[in-house]
Design a protein around this ligand. Structure first.
Ligand code: ATP
Ligand code: MG
Length: 133
């Protein structure tokens, strides 16, 4: 398997919630949601993550797409580190992956039209021209 065939690579990823303590100075108990997980997704393949509720599936997904910054580990998208990419580079890389959330009622704003909802990410990522969008 060459590096170019691997679309996503997660290496020794750990995510601990509440590790920095609360705002009031009391140290809340840390939750080790994900501990040293490594997975790879190859081009054209699907990876399913199975586990009981609270086992860290969503946390791993959020960290893999950098919606959450993991406390340790590495995430490579097409061989490039997401964690060391700056904002500008990350904006470019984000055109290549996305999250499809399970619940459309909390994912899509009912006050926006379908056209606006579909167009918004195309505007943000500057895809196509105005007429095409
Ligand atoms: N924002 C947060 N702050 C603190 N703890 C959290 C936070 N989000 C999740 N957790 C905790 O991290 C652990 C993993 O949660 P996560 O939501 O990743 O599990 P899951 O496998 O997706 O569960 P489910 O199958 O119910 O969706 C749980 O103990 C959860 O309570
Ligand atoms: Mg979940």
């Amino acid at each position: 398997m060459t590096a170019s065939e691997t679309v996503l690579q997660v290496k020794n990823l750990s995510m601990t919630y509440g590790s920095r303590g609360s705002l009031l100075g009391r140290s809340e108990s840390a939750v080790h949601a994900v501990r040293e997980v490594s997975v790879a997704v190859r081009k054209g393949r699907t990876l399913g993550l199975v586990g009981e509720s609270g086992s860290g599936k969503s946390t791993l997904g959020r960290c893999a797409t950098l919606l959450l910054r993991p406390t340790a580990g590495e995430v490579l998208f097409r061989g490039e580190s997401l964690l060391s990419a700056d904002h500008r580079r990350l904006a470019v890389l984000r055109r290549g992956f996305q999250t499809v959330f399970q619940d459309p009622y909390s994912s899509l704003n009912p006050r926006k039209t379908v056209a606006r909802l579909i167009r918004e990410p195309l505007d943000i990522h500057r895809q196509g021209d105005r007429a095409w969008r």
